[in-house]
Design a protein around this ligand. Structure first.
Ligand SMILES: Nc1nc2c(ncn2[C@@H]2O[C@H](COP(=O)(O)OP(=O)(O)OP(=O)(O)O)[C@@H](O)[C@H]2O)c(=O)[nH]1
Ligand SMILES: [Zn+2]
Length: 388
């Protein structure tokens, strides 16, 4: 039997007997959610991956990250297709009478990555795309839809390059070391409730309140960490004043005048400090979940005349790509079941309610309204249901 040095020195930590025969147990194998995170990492790096559904296999890569060399190698395997969201096809004015939330285009011979980027919307409003004459073939399959979902979660423009793999090519491509995943496993992992684990906490005196604590939560799907900040010393057993704040680098850090995020953040903290305390959830869902790079693309589009919702659609996203279930998960982990929610967004109230967190009151948060953000706030009220 092996004893640990700690056990030998009198500690209670014991090391189990090592079996005579080594056994490889399935517990070592990656779970679906972990394999999905590998796929996300590969795609984000610019590596193609193999997605399989029964006998069908498709080699996919992201338009935004694939290199010329890999695009060339994919094209050598078969006719490449470009998969776009319906939102993007609508923005291109290229929508044929086809149902489905993803659409496939045949990539014309000789089309380079610059063409793909322009059609994907990544290259800005002035890049020529071909508009209504684009060769849209048909609706995407479940495999194409899964690839688009994954692209959205890695916060690149949701446009996917796809090459169907003939039977014998699949094995040869997999042998190169590319990651493969089956559709059923992907959809299971996409639907699986993400669990959040508190990994560290510490006291933090702040301008708003000398008493405070920061808790860092790490999701088990390999995604971004989120933070819960106690302002003052709230009683977590009763209804707690809570704010779900989505990261806004431009508003929170740079003091942008284009939105109301910075004043909302500081206003919520001040109100919590003035009352019996509260909990601010700082969720790393920058740009309503599309990420900072896409938010800056959306800002450039807004400078070209689109509003905040139209700009998201133009890039192929929905109005709001956030997942507020994360907030409910963290609140549950903290033992909070009832909240007074500081928000103007009814979707946050509904989402917490659906996740079993009782919203006993919605507290409006009307601060930071300026001439520069009046149009933005009016658009959110008119199109996304925000309460003014
Ligand atoms: N895509 C996109 N995101 C934006 C834009 N302006 C601000 N944001 C993001 O919008 C989010 C605003 O977050 P919140 O203030 O928590 O949410 P809200 O939906 O406005 O709801 P309440 O503030 O609670 O009423 C942040 O993630 C910002 O980064 C924009 O023009 N486009
Ligand atoms: Zn903002």
């Amino acid at each position: 039997m092996l004893t640990s040095p700690l056990a030998a020195s009198g500690s209670a930590i014991a090391v189990p007997d090592r079996p005579d025969q080594h056994v490889v147990t399935p517990a070592l194998a990656p779970r679906g959610i972990e394999r999905l995170h590998r796929i996300r990492g590969d795609l984000r790096l610019g590596l193609p991956v193999i997605l399989q559904d029964g006998g069908d296999s498709v080699l996919v890569a992201l338009v935004e990250t694939v290199t010329d060399a890999r695009y060339g190698a994919m094209t050598a395997l078969g006719q490449p297709e470009l998969v776009l969201t319906r939102r993007r096809a609508e923005a291109l004015g290229a929508l044929p009478p086809i149902q489905g939330d993803t659409l496939r285009l045949r990539v014309p011979a000789g089309a380079d990555l610059a063409w793909l980027a322009a059609v994907a919307g990544q290259a800005g409003p002035d890049a020529p795309t071909g508009g209504a004459s684009l060769p849209i073939l048909q609706a995407g399959t479940a495999l194409h839809r899964a690839a688009i979902e994954i692209a959205k979660t890695v916060q690149v423009v949701p446009a996917v390059l796809a090459v169907p793999l003939a039977g014998r090519d699949g094995g040869a491509v997999a042998a190169l070391g590319l990651t493969a995943m089956a559709l059923a496993e992907i959809t299971g992992a996409l639907d699986e409730a993400r669990s959040q684990t508190r990994v560290s906490s510490a006291r933090l005196p702040m301008d708003a309140s000398a008493a405070g604590r920061v808790h860092v939560f790490r999701p088990d799907d390999g995604g971004a960490e989120h933070y819960a900040i106690e302002i003052g010393t709230p009683d977590l057993s009763g209804p707690v004043t809570v704010r779900l704040h989505s990261a806004c680098f431009t508003g929170d850090v740079l003091g942008s005048l284009k939105c109301d995020c910075g004043p909302q953040l500081r206003g919520a903290m001040a109100a919590m400090a003035a009352g019996p305390g509260g909990v601010l959830l700082y969720l790393n869902q920058e740009g309503r979940g599309i990420g900072l790079a896409n938010k800056m693309r959306a800002y450039a589009l807004q400078d070209a005349g689109l509003d905040t919702v139209e700009a998201n659609h133009w890039l192929g996203f929905e109005d709001d790509q956030r997942d507020f279930r994360i907030g409910a998960q963290i609140l549950r982990r903290m033992g909070i079941g009832q909240v007074r929610l500081m928000t103007n967004n009814p979707a946050k109230v509904a989402s917490l309610g659906a996740q079993g967190i009782e919203v006993v009151e919605r507290v409006p948060l009307r601060v930071g309204r300026t001439a520069q953000n009046a149009h933005y706030l009016a658009t959110k009220a008119a199109k996304s249901g925000h309460l003014l």
